[in-house]
Design a protein around this ligand. Structure first.
Ligand code: ZN
Length: 310
């Protein structure tokens, strides 16, 4: 049986929050419908941060409510804290994810919380989730951000990431994800850190990588993750959003290219590349002039690709 790899589209959150312009609610809805039609089954559709901080995410509750009406779609939202988690649960998300910066400097600068305070916040959210009635508990995942390096601290010690992953699981969380927030990761490091964290917390508690393509190593890092048993990858249509730390650089790994690589390797994503090109058209129309990255939209797939992926 062909191995199935899940792609979690994060462009509506990670991509759009990095762009100053606000995409209209109608365009977001059209994006969601088109990408689900292309075969994507999980999308992070927004962030429950205060709208005053990120006006791009102000319609997140409405977008979640809409996405929940789309069959077969797991609806994910980012939550910055307990208050955000309460809003996400009220909106009915299937899954919520909180970023936990492995660099304490980055954590203090971003959310004004040190590691101990973040772990308290995470435990409080885990208790909130557990208190929901059976069948209405969203999945709760902690994204170990800046796990591969930090723009303020530089290298982040791997034993620190492993220790914080263990403390996160001990706080009552089912799953962690490793996030290359800054585009610092390389394949050897991905292999090492995935292996170390899986060994420490249990292989089934780390299934997802969140990678950026800031330095062009995104897909190489995917391959390293695949070889260590990772089964879910976050990616963004057109790699939109860029990188706040590296002007001109692309953002998340590009969904279109990622799907091509996985399918060409004989893995199964359930996603149709022609369908993704249609999504890309919707995004380009909604955000005229915004750079869209990726090779497959320009080069096309290889001759005979459709026969290979069947
Ligand atoms: Zn990111």
């Amino acid at each position: 049986m062909t191995q199935h790899i899940r792609i979690s589209e994060v462009g509506l959150r990670d991509g759009l929050q990095s762009i100053d312009r606000v995409m209209s609610t109608e365009a977001k809805k059209a994006w969601i419908l088109a990408e689900v039609a292309a075969g994507v089954t999980e999308m992070e559709v927004g962030s429950f941060v205060p709208p005053s901080l990120l006006p791009q995410m102000a319609d997140t509750a409405e977008i979640v409510a809409f996405a929940k009406t789309v069959p077969e779609l797991a609806v994910v939202a980012l939550v910055p804290n307990l208050k955000g988690a309460e809003r996400a649960i009220a909106a009915g998300v299937d899954k919520m994810s909180i970023p936990f910066s492995m660099s304490e400097t980055h954590s203090l600068k971003n959310v004004r919380k040190n590691h101990a305070e973040m772990l308290e916040q995470i435990a409080a959210i885990a208790r909130l989730v557990a208190a929901q009635p059976e069948g209405q508990r969203p999945q709760f995942e902690v994204g170990l951000s800046t796990a591969f390096g930090c723009t303020m601290e530089g290298p982040v010690p791997e034993d620190q990431v492993v220790r914080l992953a263990e403390q996160t699981i001990a706080a009552g969380v089912a799953e962690v994800c490793l996030s290359d927030t800054t585009g610092y990761a390389n394949p050897a490091q991905v292999r090492r850190l995935v292996r170390a964290v899986k060994a420490a917390v249990g292989a089934d508690r780390l299934n997802t990588l969140h990678l950026h393509n800031t330095r062009g190593l995104g897909l190489a890092n995917v391959l390293a993750g695949l070889e260590e048993g990772i089964t879910t990858f976050d990616s963004s249509m057109g790699g939109i959003g860029g990188c706040p730390f590296a002007p001109g650089a692309s953002g998340n790994i590009v969904t279109e290219d990622l799907v091509f690589m996985l399918e060409a390797m004989g893995l199964h994503t359930g996603i149709d590349i022609a369908g993704l090109i249609e999504v890309r058209r919707i995004i380009a129309e909604a955000l005229p002039g915004e750079p869209l990255y990726g090779f497959i939209p320009d080069a096309g797939v290889t001759l005979g690709f459709e026969r290979v992926v069947g």
